[in-house]
Write a protein that binds this ligand. Structure first.
Ligand SMILES: Cc1cc2nc3c(=O)[nH]c(=O)nc-3n(C[C@H](O)[C@H](O)[C@H](O)COP(=O)(O)OP(=O)(O)OC[C@H]3O[C@@H](n4cnc5c(N)ncnc54)[C@H](O)[C@@H]3O)c2cc1C
Length: 391
């Protein structure tokens, strides 16, 4: 076993860090405050092949895997300019289409995921279902007039609908029989162009400083052609699960990067700021939370690499538990790291200018989305520890 990154992975890490370092946190906050988008950063990351690093080489991608996509997500966040849409577009949508799409869907989308020129959002969460995805009611039915599908329903907290050309929408199929392998939900996924008649969306005002916005999305009998259905009617849960572990792994990597950024800021400040005889970093009340956060972040980074490694090795059973552990530990580590950095800054911790208080919303979200801390603990309690289910 060798835990060191390969030369290629180290080079990728350095190259992404160098590119993202040209943008940084001020770039992100300026975009967030002016209603701009991180278009330049996304385009440069795409042109360099970073966003498409896990897209199969036959479609113009890097042909690597989640270990490499995690490096990209982490290093961009570590520069202070996290890209949430890495989680939905390259990690979920590109993976789902690469693993479960039809030949035509792969040819249409993967080359553009490879160079970042296509962005796709992902919609599973619904107001009346929340964490219980089995209860989603957005339904796809055969168009009564002939070919194609009609979908109706509502999704919420869907990231980046305004800056993506299509949304990968999880529905249930009307009239689908329950079967023992698929539980109570027989899902299907549709690629829905965001200008589809019958699809509308409204922004949700969020307490997060980010250029990437969240939306409630409404489908009112929206018509979709046959080839909008990803992988056919039988693709179902397998296609959906193909995207969920990459989602957790890249959220973990994104959180790890944000935590590193916050720790660097907090530590630099604590070395410099002096209000008594020595810099405040000499006081253990300031040093220990930063040191503890560093330990937690390094553990979370190991957990994230391990989950990505299982995924890339095709061990999906191990990847499922490992991705949950990675997402849990990275979110908790990032929350603690940002909190320690804010505390080290005193009042400046809450000023936009110092660029640490501005991370609170982003890291706090990672405890809730894409799967909450509580649902991860439910998973571990039931599937790993064999404890009875309470809900
Ligand atoms: C910034 C942001 C971006 C997002 N982006 C997307 C996106 O792009 N696409 C998308 O589909 N969704 C997205 N989401 C939605 C996110 O995945 C959901 O918010 C999350 O899954 C929780 O669902 P909910 O908000 O309905 O909470 P609820 O399910 O209502 O849960 C509320 C609370 O109850 C707890 N809870 C619920 N059930 C149990 C239980 N059985 N045991 C213990 N505790 C329980 C939860 O852990 C949570 O703390 C995003 C959310 C945010 C905040």
């Amino acid at each position: 076993m060798d835990l060191r990154e390969t030369d290629e992975q180290q080079l990728l890490r350095k190259s992404v860090a160098r590119m993202a370092g040209k943008y940084g946190h001020d770039y992100l906050i300026d975009k967030a405050r002016t209603g701009g988008k991180t278009t330049e950063l996304w385009a440069e990351a795409g042109a360099n092949g970073y966003l498409g690093v896990a897209v199969p080489a036959e479609y113009g991608g890097g042909g690597a895997g989640m270990v490499e996509l995690s490096i990209v997500a982490e290093e961009i966040a570590a520069a202070g300019c996290p890209l949430l849409l890495i989680v939905v577009s390259p990690a979920i949508a590109a993976t789902v289409i690469a693993t479960s799409g039809t030949v035509d869907q792969k040819e249409r989308w993967l080359p553009r995921f490879a160079d970042g020129s296509a962005k796709m959002s992902f919609a599973i969460t619904e107001p009346d279902a929340g964490s219980n995805s089995h209860k989603i009611t957005t339904t796809a039915r055969r168009d009564p007039d002939g070919r194609g599908w009609r979908i109706s329903g509502t999704k919420y907290y869907i990231s980046g609908v305004d800056e993506t050309e299509a949304t990968l929408v999880v529905t249930r199929l009307e009239g689908a029989q329950k079967d023992s392998t698929q539980g109570t939900l027989r899902p299907a996924m549709f690629i829905v162009p965001t200008d589809t008649p019958g699809m509308t969306y409204q922004p949700i005002e969020m307490a997060i400083q980010s250029p990437e916005k969240q939306f409630t999305v409404f489908f009112d009998d929206a018509y979709l052609p046959d080839d909008a259905l990803v992988g056919g009617e039988e693709a179902g849960l397998a296609a959906l699960f193909a995207g969920l572990n990459p989602e957790r792994i890249t959220v973990a990597a994104y959180s790890n990067g944000l935590a590193r950024y916050a720790l660097r800021k907090g530590t630099d400040y604590a070395k410099d700021r002096t209000v008594w005889k020595s810099p405040i970093g000499a006081h253990q009340a300031i040093a220990h939370p930063l040191a503890k956060a560093h330990v937690e972040v390094e553990l979370a980074r190991m957990a994230t690499t391990r989950a990505a490694w299982f995924y890339d090795a095709g061990d999906m059973a191990a990847a499922a538990e490992a991705a949950n552990i990675a997402k849990y530990s990275a979110a908790e580590a990032a929350i603690n790291a940002v909190d320690a950095a804010v505390q080290a800054h005193g009042g400046n911790g809450m000023a936009v200018e110092y660029g640490v208080g501005t991370l609170i919303g982003a890291v706090r979200t990672a405890r809730i989305a894409p799967v909450s801390r509580e649902m991860i603990l439910n998973f571990i309690a039931q599937h790993t520890l064999g404890l009875p289910r309470s809900y």
